[in-house]
Design a protein around this ligand. Sequence first.
Ligand code: ASP
Ligand code: MG
Length: 438
Amino acid sequence: MKVLKFGGTSVGSVENMRAVMNLIADGNQKIVVLSAMSGTTNSLVEIANYLQKKNKDSARQIISQLEHKYNKVVNDLYSTPEKKEKGKIIVSGIFKTIKSFTSSEFNEVGENTIVAQGELLSTALFTELMLENGYKTVYLSALDFMKIDNDKAADSHFIRDNITLMLQNTEAADYYITQGFICRNAEGNIDNLQRGGSDYTSTLIGAAIDAEEVEIWTDIDGFHNNDPRFVENTKKIDQLSFDEAAELAYFGAKILHPQTILPAKLQNIPVRLKNTMNPSDSGTLISSESSSHGIKAVAAKDGITAIKIRSYRMLNAYGFLKNVFEIFEFFKTPIDMISTSEVSVSVTIDSTKHLNEIVSELKEYGEVEVDTDLSIVCIVGDMIAEETGFAAKVFSALNDIPIRMISYGGSHHNISVLVKTELKKQTLQALSNNLLNT
Ligand code: ASP
Ligand code: MG
């Protein structure tokens, strides 16, 4: 069985929902994961933020605009009076839940519950559309099988056991519709897999049911070899290995939620990125194989902070790196790049939540310098074949750009350079001109 995931734009209007219906209804049994209609999660986050600030009037205003929008969707989506009525009941039920938080104490559970309503709406409405059109469709609640643990990591055993059980116990159907993004946490409360998390849901489900393939349908035709928002003449990549795709997803290629690849890689399930607006295109296939050797793509990740620590104890000091890394571990702050010399180490982080505490603890071990507004530019490919000359090519392409840090040799798939964000566009373009479009 395949798992197909459709993003917010793909279900973002009545026309698009119909297009998705026509696309999936080919008689082959599948699980369909949907995001919220585009814009909805942002509105829900906004509502939650207002409630957090005790600004109930502003929250109520957005709630009523959103409810109005959904009533219109219901009116346009269905043709029969019965389904229009059913759609109205779905919408009013969900908005009743949202409104209940305007008159109670507000906490994190409230916030997560509100933010989850977008996917609950899109999937319930879409299921009714499928049924109205005579397709054998069953709605599966992700809240019954998607789970994260205390560290916010997906609980893959729970997911596998529970979705298997659910599929056994529900009536057989051709199409199973479920929510991306939402889950329960270790306490059993509603939670989510972070913004953009529907992609991750789809590979978690794919891994749990040993799917034949996971298809992630979005609004561009796959991974590009550079960022089309900043660089001209980018090309779609036909095939990537899991490792290459994971690096690209993590280092800024906005198309995929960064954790998406891991469950697929662990179970060796191919992932295909497809374009809802151009379904005949083969998209990008991500699998255990890489199509060719050499440099395939570049991507950039902004909002990076570099921290340099120069040891007080100078030469031959051991245990210095351990002490440094333990501080980051204690504050649950992941490190992206590392570069060391005999007496100092530079690392980059993208979460600055605990920056002040980290810096003050690091000062115990050395002089600390912090540099902000940086971008990691990541060059991805299969570089084993290009044993010589690879680094030289990258450096000569970046001849005119001051590089703050370099990471090379950590894997065969990646070389990363750290530059000022104001130089990102120039860096991407230089790499395109000299490495990709030659
Ligand atoms: N609806 C969620 C978001 O906007 C999840 C997703 O679309 O993947 O972040
Ligand atoms: Mg997305």
